[in-house]
Structures are given as C-alpha cells and as structure tokens.
Design a protein around this ligand. Structure first.
Ligand SMILES: Cc1cc2nc3c(=O)[nH]c(=O)nc-3n(C[C@H](O)[C@H](O)[C@H](O)COP(=O)(O)OP(=O)(O)OC[C@H]3O[C@@H](n4cnc5c(N)ncnc54)[C@H](O)[C@@H]3O)c2cc1C
Length: 502
C-alpha cells in the first residue's frame, strides 16, 4: 500500500516516519530544498538561523517527540532546558517576569509579580494535570467516525468529563471569575504569552488550550533548546523515515489532489524544472494549512468543508529579524528567550511586541565570539501584499533594530549579519498561503471538539499540521500526526476485513 505525504514539515515527517515504521511504502514530496518547514534553518557566513520555531516541547521522556524518536529507533536530538522558558518584559518595566521551569521557583515569581492571583494559577495547574493525562491517553479529537468516537470515549475519565464544560470558556473569563479582570499587569502578561502559542489574547484563547500553553514550560515538562539548531528535530525524523524505507523527494511541489467519487486517487507533482507528473496513492497525508488544502482540492472540496475553512478567523503573519552579532552585543546572563511589548497600554496590536531568541556560546549557532539574535513579531499578512513592499520591510527592520537596541548593544561594529523575513518570505519558502503562520488560532470555536479534524470529509485524505487540533508548535503538530497514523491504521484494518468478507 502506497501512502503519499505532501510536505516535510514536522507534521508531515512525523506521520511519514511512523507510517514507514508500520510497513507502508511512504513517499514525501517537499517543495523546498530542505526539510523542516517553519522549524528549519538557513546558514549565512558561519551563522545558523532558525527560520521560525526556536524552542521545542516534548523532548523529555513521556513527551511526544521523545516517544516518536524512541519508536523509530533513532537518537533523541540533544538539548538543554530553557530555564527560564522566557523573560517577559511588560511595557515600560526593566525587571522581567521570569517563567522558571522549577514549579516552586515559578510559584514564588508569580506571587511576587502578580499579588492575589495564586488561586487562579493553582486552578490552571490542576486543569493542566487533567489535560496532560488525557492527552497521554491519545484521544481522537475532534471525532468524525465511529472508530474516532470509540477512541475518544475510551480516553475519557471522570476528571476529563468534569472539566469538559470548560472547553467553552476562555482564559479571560476565568480571570474575571477569580476577581482578576482588573489586574492589568497579569492580563498583559497572559496576552503576551498566549499570543505566542494560541495566536490570540487571553479574552479569546480557549481555557483548556491556554492551560497547556502556560503549563508546559514547568517541570516535569519544560521547553528545550536544541544543540545545533531546531533542524535537529527534522533531521532526526528524516533519519527515522529513511531507516524504515521511506523517501523524501525535495523540490517537488504538489499542485493538485485528484479525487474520484469522494476518495483520493493521487496527486499532480511539479519538479523544479516545471515538469508535471501524476502519482497514484492509496492514502494521502497533507501537511499543509487548511486554506492550502482547499486550494489543492479545488472543485473537489466538499461545499460544507470549504465554507467552514473560509469562515475561520483570519490567520497571522510574522515579521522576523535575523541578526548575527559579536558576543559583545549580548548582556551578561542573557536568557535564551525574551519577550518585549512596546505599547504603554499593554494592548497587543500590529507589530508591537517582539519574541527574541538568543544563542549561547557553544550551542552550534554562531562562530566563536559571536551570537545569533532572532526577533519575531506578529503582522497582518495582507499589509505585505499592497503598497511599497521594500519600504515597509525597511521600516519594520529599522524599528526592530531600534527596539532591540534598547536591550542589546547593537552598535554597527557589533552587527555582522542582518536580514529579515516577511509573510512574503514565508509564502515563498514554506508555501503557506500568503505566508500565514502558526495555524488557525486556538479560540473556543476552533479548539478541541470544534477544531479542524485530521480526518477530512474525503476518504483516504488526512490533514496534519498546525491547522488541526491540537494546534501549533512542533509538539502540537506531532500529536496530530500520531493521531492521523492511528486513524489510517484503523481504516486499513477495517477495509481489509470488509474485503475478506466479500
Ligand atoms: C516565527 C515563528 C516562531 C515559532 N516559534 C515556535 C517555537 O519556538 N516553538 C514551537 O514549537 N513552534 C514555534 N512555531 C510554530 C511551529 O514552527 C509550527 O507550528 C510548526 O513547525 C508547523 O509545522 P507543520 O508541519 O504544521 O507545517 P510547516 O512547517 O509549514 O511544514 C509544511 C511543509 O510542507 C511543505 N509544503 C507546503 N505545501 C507544499 C506542496 N504543495 N507541495 C510540497 N510541499 C509543500 C513546506 O515547504 C513545508 O516544508 C513558530 C512559528 C513561527 C513562524
């Protein structure tokens, strides 16, 4: 049986490697020259820059990446803890909120920073525990078939049932319940952190997603800084895929998914020379955004599915500045990750915050005596489709340099390399429509049972990646990939049984 995978992002590679491990003939078509998508890297004059993702959850025993690498029989990429996971600078403040990995240290920090909020945090901690154990039981969410429902029901325990009504509640609503609706500093902190993980603020973020995003940074879980770069994740998955006989064909873009009688038949693939060929498949895993899936399906998209995707809230784009600097630019004891907001009112708006990742000596990202600084901000992707693109890029670059210059010593002598990526850059290198990044946002209407499913309405077509539940991040897309693989196994088994009865 032949399974095709569109895209070698973390979602596509995880699905492909696990399917190869289970004995299927697997081929992955990747339009770029290298694997990893938003979690890949590029090199410039001795510096290695992470395109997008810079920290990874799930590499510790019990974590999703750890489990996948172990199953594939390849080494888990070496990493150290991000501790603090982030130093969050609230507007106008010189002392950051440090998100420590050690739960006791984090408790002391949050009590000092946000007096009176402890019951709120303890409530979040309890929900995190329930949600974490639920996810470990590998529920199928959202369920779309009888088999999906049986998997979901088997993973429900009393505690999950008790918290299930909370799937309709936002983080902001719970803040109000705890009498913290007027706690401006806390609200700003939550908005800044949640925007990174859920694409939306506390008032919009689904509570049960928010507790995972906020809880994952603390022991026994935590966020990892990979030795070398984030490319270690995709290289490890590639190694696992190849070990089990799977193949990746680079610079091969899938331009159309062919469907007959509501079942996938194959794909049209275009190589770098523009030559097109047809490839037949038995199952197809699409590691693309939901919008791109509809574009690849064209007229074959079921009407209801197309409407659902057209009605999704608008996605975000990002602007990223990549700096290669002399080590002298970095303050002593600088954390690996920092977050800044440049709005006196503490309101998230276009390009008014920066998430910054800094390399550390010996981590494989910069030559001796040098360092990398990667700073990203959210931007409206439509802004970059109109007007004077070059001028806008220059303006955003200068503004980011000026802002970063208030923390780092960015005198011209310290800057060795400087370049920026915009939504247009992401569209070009990751083939994501208009350069949209980070999935569809984890609002109540797009999370959990109301989220997009890995099982599409077209038979033998599976959607993985950050558009589907449980959302974005390399760990999130790997959970979805594992779910799709389990569904394919069940489907293949069911059809085999049906055929043997014929
Ligand atoms: C600036 C930024 C910072 C981030 N920081 C973090 C972080 O610190 N930690 C974290 O966990 N996550 C982070 N994320 C999110 C994370 O990178 C993504 O959620 C995750 O990598 C998405 O993986 P994916 O497999 O869904 O998709 P992608 O990474 O988009 O991979 C899809 C792949 O498919 C290929 N492709 C697309 N269309 C076609 C086609 N038609 N034919 C062939 N190939 C195709 C693309 O080239 C790409 O390689 C960040 C994202 C951004 C943009």
């Amino acid at each position: 049986m032949r399974i095709g995978v569109i895209g070698a992002g973390i979602g596509g590679l995880t699905s492909a490697a696990l399917l190869a491990r289970r004995g299927f003939e697997v081929v992955v078509w990747e339009q770029a020259a290298q694997v990893g998508g938003c979690a890949s890297t590029f090199r410039r004059g001795g510096f290695t820059f992470e395109v997008g993702a810079t920290q990874a959850a799930g590499l510790e025993p019990g974590g999703i990446h750890y489990e996948v690498f172990t199953e594939l029989g390849v080494p888990v990429p070496p990493s150290c803890w991000c501790d603090p996971a982030c130093a969050v600078y609230l507007p106008g403040e010189a002392e950051p909120v440090r998100v420590w990995r050690d739960p006791e240290r984090w408790r002391a920090e949050r009590q000092r920073q946000f007096p009176g909020s402890e019951p709120f945090w303890q409530f979040l901690d309890r929900l995190f525990q329930v949600g974490w154990h639920f996810q470990q039981r590998q529920p199928v969410i959202p369920p779309r078939s009888w088999w999906d429902w049986t998997q979901l029901l088997q993973s429900l325990h009393l505690d999950t049932l008790l918290i299930s009504p909370l799937s309709l509640v936002t983080v902001g609503q719970v803040l109000h319940v705890f009498g913290l609706g007027g706690h401006h500093r806390l609200k700003t902190f939550l908005d800044m952190q949640l925007k990174l993980y859920s694409q939306c603020t506390a008032d919009e973020t689904a509570l049960l997603y928010g507790v995972t995003a906020l809880g994952i940074a603390h022991a026994p879980q935590g966020l990892h800084h990979l030795q070398g770069s984030m490319q270690g994740l995709s290289q490890g998955l590639l190694q696992g895929l190849q070990r089990w006989g799977g193949r990746v064909r680079r610079r091969q873009r899938v331009t159309e998914i062919v469907v007959k009688r509501n079942r996938v038949q194959g794909v049209w693939v275009e190589n770098a020379r523009g030559e097109r060929r047809y490839e037949a498949v038995d199952h197809l895993v699409a590691n693309v955004t939901a919008v791109d899936l509809v574009r690849l399906l064209g007229e074959a998209t079921p009407r209801g599915y197309r409407r659902r995707i057209e009605q999704l809230p608008p996605a975000s784009g990002c602007f990223v500045l990549y700096l290669g600097v002399k080590q002298a630019a970095i303050p002593a004891n600088c954390p690996l990750h920092l977050q800044f907001m440049y709005d006196a009112q503490g309101e998230i708006a276009e390009n008014n915050s920066l998430f910054v990742s800094v390399s550390q000596p010996g981590d494989g990202r910069a030559p001796a005596g040098m360092a990398t600084i990667i700073a990203s901000s959210f931007t409206d992707m439509w802004l970059w489709q109109q007007g004077d693109y070059a001028a806008l890029k220059r303006q955003y670059t200068e503004q980011a340099l000026a802002r970063l210059g208030t923390f780092f010593d960015l005198s011209p002598a310290n800057i060795v390399h400087c370049e920026a990526a915009t939504p247009r850059t992401f569209a070009r290198y990751t083939a994501r429509w208009q350069g949209m990044v980070g999935g569809i946002g984890q609002r109540v209407t797009t999370f959990g049972a109301l989220g997009l499913a890995t099982r599409t309405p077209i038979e033998h077509l599976w959607l993985v990646g950050d558009s589907v539940h449980p959302g974005e991040g390399t760990a999130g897309v790997s959970y979805a990939a594992k779910q799709a693989v389990a569904q394919i196994m069940a489907e293949v088994g069911r059809e085999k049984q049906e055929n043997s009865h014929d």
